[in-house]
Design a protein around this ligand. Sequence first.
Ligand SMILES: CC(=O)SCCNC(=O)CCNC(=O)[C@H](O)C(C)(C)COP(=O)(O)OP(=O)(O)OC[C@H]1O[C@@H](n2cnc3c(N)ncnc32)[C@H](O)[C@@H]1OP(=O)(O)O
Ligand SMILES: CC(C)C(=O)C(=O)O
Length: 554
Amino acid sequence: MLKNPSSKYQPFPLINIPNRQWPSRHLTHAPIWCSVDLRDGNQALAVPMNVSQKLDMFDALVQCGFKEIEVGFPSASNTEFQFNRRLIEEKRIPEDVTIQCLVQAREDLIEKTVESLIGAKQVVIHMYNSTSPAQRKYVFGKSKEEIIAVAVKGAQMIKDRLHRLTAGGTKVTLQYSPESFSATEVEFAKEISEAVMDVWQPTPENKMILNLPDTVEVAMPNVYADQIEWICTNIKNRESLIISLHTHNDRGTGTAATELGLLAGADRVEGTLFGNGERTGNLDIVQVAMNLYMHGIDPKLDFSDMSGLISMYERTTGMTVPPRQPYAGELVFTAFSGSHQDAIKKGLAGYEQHKSIWDVPYLTIDPEDIGREYREVIRVNSQSGKGGVAYLLESEFGIELPKDMQREFGPLANDIVDKLGREVTAAELKGMFWKEYIERESPYSLHHFHADGVDGVFTCRCSLVINGKERGITGKGNGPIAAFAQALIQEAGAPAFEVATYREQSLSSGTEASALAYIQIKTTSGKTIWGAGVDTNIELASIKAVLSAVNRAA
Ligand SMILES: CC(=O)SCCNC(=O)CCNC(=O)[C@H](O)C(C)(C)COP(=O)(O)OP(=O)(O)OC[C@H]1O[C@@H](n2cnc3c(N)ncnc32)[C@H](O)[C@@H]1OP(=O)(O)O
Ligand SMILES: CC(C)C(=O)C(=O)O
């Protein structure tokens, strides 16, 4: 038994690059994207997709704008083989889309793969064999030379069969992956890749794809970037290669590894939607594409219907998208906490005015760009502040609480939400507001109100129910509100007050009354209290608002 169990592991050896370039570069354009959802994603599922699920996903990937799609491993099963045949025979592949198939360097598998592709317009045949020391030692029991021989033989077997495709007009691009590249000595990865190049003879006009996978993420992303830069700098005939990245997420840094790999000189990226794939998953292509997008770079992929894409993904793979998944998760554009809500609310209002560069605090991108609604942005629980409460009332119901009233109602609502111990909906907040202000009928409840004015002096006559008994009162003032206030104070026994603030608004929709009035009263002790009233008649709405404030003060 080891005293320190971590001593059975060792640090990953660094790559010696005296003058590395990638740290001072920046990304300026989108790479070539290749979706491997239907292959690497699919092979990691407990129940792999059937043909109709694969067709569903293929169509969605095309819709997103993928021009290269690894559609499967056609020699692995009849489903995989038949999928290729359906795509080709039913002419489901758009003119500008290339399908790609993975195969081991084994003759029977290569034969089947070629057969599955006959009749396609353009294809990538992707051959791999594993190259790391552990794979050489344990899996293959072969020396470096023997591992190179496997690759070279496989490359030749493919080359010998190309005429079966090209004779029918199929354009073929060849791809080689030294699988487990990131765990392989860079010198050996170069050697085996160059041996395959010697067979396939790529040219600048007819390039081959050299895919350098981070099959299992074994080191920090800067090490992967060094490995990519080292290969880009040292491999022969670089101009005849499309250098491709294929990262996994074992250490949780697949996105970072891909981005640094692009800085290091790669041209192409393989990955999956939402990072489905072996173990911790493949690179989440949505993340890298959207990261480019949020820097103002056209990613050449369209994720404007994120919810539709998630539904498709969940339907076809049986996987779910976690709520914190960058860009896609249900909660990534949501703020519960008060200060964030306040900043977002103000930021959105500011952006509405200038509509140029997106600069809203806490929101990396405009949620509308991926089909999210602003109503999803601010959600209220006990961590929320007045700003969030006000935002929901306004955005959902058009209720524009005066700023000072927000200060009064915010803590009241927060207290109720805290007791409930859960998130509340906008409708529940409205219910709280109604209960607190609009439905206040005690001790005073209005039965009838009438006011008319002569020469600027208004007289009001009204009947109130006070503590269960109906009573008529009258009052005079320079307006209906002032007249009502006088009647309340002088004839109904209300404590003296003056109206400090009055605001009204119309409620544009719904079957309810169309005017909402807000009144703030100030008592003789200097205390301020808000009231609100709603009615089809604006005058009555304001009278009800006075009564609401007086009732609340009582
Ligand atoms: C990192 C990646 O994602 S790589 C892609 C992995 N994907 C898949 O494996 C999914 C599809 N695969 C399959 O359905 C099956 O594995 C098949 C159909 C390809 C092959 O099936 P089988 O031959 O029955 O079994 P199996 O995969 O266990 O074969 C392993 C043999 O292939 C050899 N082998 C494995 N990879 C390669 C390769 N890339 N090139 C050549 N030989 C290989 C192994 O050394 C082993 O040889 P051995 O039998 O002499 O020990
Ligand atoms: C076949 C290769 C590219 C692969 O899937 C991996 O290395 O993860």
